[in-house]
Design a protein around this ligand. Sequence first.
Ligand code: ZN
Length: 241
Amino acid sequence: MRPVRSLAVLAIVSGLIATVALPAYGAWQNTNPEPLTLQQVALDDAQSLIVASDATQTQLDRNSYAATTQEEIDRRKAAEAAEAAAARARTSASVASVPFDYSMITPGSGTVRWPVGGPFTVTDRFGDRGGAHMGTDMVAAGGTPVYASVDGAVSVSQDSYGAYGVTVVIESILNGQRVRTVYPHMQTGSRQVTVGQTVTAGQTIGLVGSTGRSTANHLHFEVYVDDTAVDSLVWLQANAG
Ligand SMILES: [Zn+2]
């Protein structure tokens, strides 16, 4: 019994790896915009943290100050300050829309666990940015443990998974459905698991970081149920504990 079962599990895991890795890699090189891949979605992820893009903008504008009058400089600075304030307002509005204090959450002991092992703030949610944002951005201190949310098998463990940076992907079966959980932007050198390895819910798989297309320490947590992206925050609220 035991060897047969092991082979069957291996076959399932191999199949999952093939279905996860191949389409995503193919689409990464493909210019056809129709299939929405992890990487394409991640390109948009960098826009979630407005601070860095503002900083870049300020630097660019500063270069042109010398060629303008003091009045123009003042006007431009005022416009930038207004834009920065608006950006902060947008960010805090999205934080304020989250109904409870996530710093109170512990990873729990159930079948499904919260993936961030410490206080975090939810900024951008699933469906933000015109529907392009496929995950939940959980902003936490760099080095905060990242936990596997569900028992499963590791299908991706890479330091450079496209725009996702240091990433682990776990394939699981939960209530008869295939569940894929994605843990991007982790710290370089923090991955604790390898492809094909089985993990248990609550196991540390890496540390919160800001690798890939990211401008601050956060976990961009994605969940797919039977290959369909779902709101990972709603999914956690419904299942984790
Ligand atoms: Zn994100």
